[in-house]
Design a protein around this ligand. Structure first.
Ligand SMILES: Nc1nc2c(c(=O)[nH]1)N(C=O)[C@@H](CNc1ccc(C(=O)N[C@@H](CCC(=O)O)C(=O)O)cc1)CN2
Ligand SMILES: Nc1ncnc2c1ncn2[C@@H]1O[C@H](COP(=O)(O)OP(=O)(O)OP(=O)(O)O)[C@@H](O)[C@H]1O
Length: 192
């Protein structure tokens, strides 16, 4: 293993932790308010999709469960990601307010039954992000693998807080660029 590899791995690891720490310092009220603003930008930017995936919030990620329920009630099929295997693409399972969820290997509430589907739009939580449209997650590589494997590619919408914006996440060849980034400050097409 060369020094550059070790340096960038250590740098990413430190940045991942720093990003979670920044969110953990938000009060519950601030977090709720920022999440609601992201939900509003999503509602005003996108038509109700035929189907979409969102994530059950962990590590102080934006909480988009209200938006998910309102899109669902407006006719969209909602889904949550499922880690079916380590180092493999995610799959997606239909979600409703009555779905039975059990914690997966990472402690993330995950549907235990329901139909498998491929969402037309994916809301990806941004642990960190840069203005070029690259996302920093938690180091599993799950979304990168998932997007690399899906054809046609779903519309990818990163959802995060401005406090998690960085100049560059120093993207690597496997990192997938997002189509949109939505924060409390608005909806952006990366690169614009
Ligand atoms: N809310 C939510 N659900 C999600 C994701 C997400 O980013 N957010 N995922 C997006 O892909 C998938 C899960 N990916 C994850 C990948 C790693 C870890 C994790 O806890 N990693 C350890 C470090 C492990 C290591 O370094 O080997 C950690 O952060 O402590 C959690 C979730 C599917 N569900
Ligand atoms: N398409 C792919 N095929 C094979 N390996 C991949 C692919 N995409 C990413 N990886 C591997 O996954 C590992 C983690 O990637 P990365 O650091 O980008 O994760 P992340 O985006 O932070 O994680 P997550 O999406 O789970 O939150 C890296 O070692 C990378 O080589």
């Amino acid at each position: 293993m060369n020094d550059d590899f070790e340096d960038s791995t250590a740098w990413r690891k430190a940045l991942r932790r720093e990003m979670v720490t920044r969110r953990s310092l938000l009060s519950g009220a601030e977090h709720g308010c920022l999440s609601a603003r992201i939900g509003e930008h999503l509602r005003s930017t996108f038509a109700v999709p035929e189907s979409f995936a969102f994530c059950w919030p962990i590590k102080h990620e934006p909480d988009l469960r209200e938006l998910a329920e309102s899109w669902r009630q407006a006719g969209a099929r909602a889904a949550l990601p499922v880690v079916v295997e380590t180092d493999a693409p995610l799959r997606f399972r239909a979600w409703t307010a009555t779905s039975r969820l059990l914690e997966d290997r990472y402690g993330i509430p995950t549907p235990v039954d329901g139909e498998w589907l491929v969402p037309a739009l994916i809301l990806l939580p941004l642990n960190g992000f840069d203005p070029a449209g690259y996302r920093l997650g938690y180091g599993g590589g799950y979304f990168d693998r998932t997007l690399a494997a899906l054809a046609p590619r779903p519309l990818t919408v990163g959802v995060g807080f401005e406090i998690n914006r960085v100049d560059s996440i120093r993207p690597e060849s496997h990192d997938q660029r997002l189509d949109w980034i939505v924060t409390e400050a608005g909806a952006f097409r990366p690169g614009d």
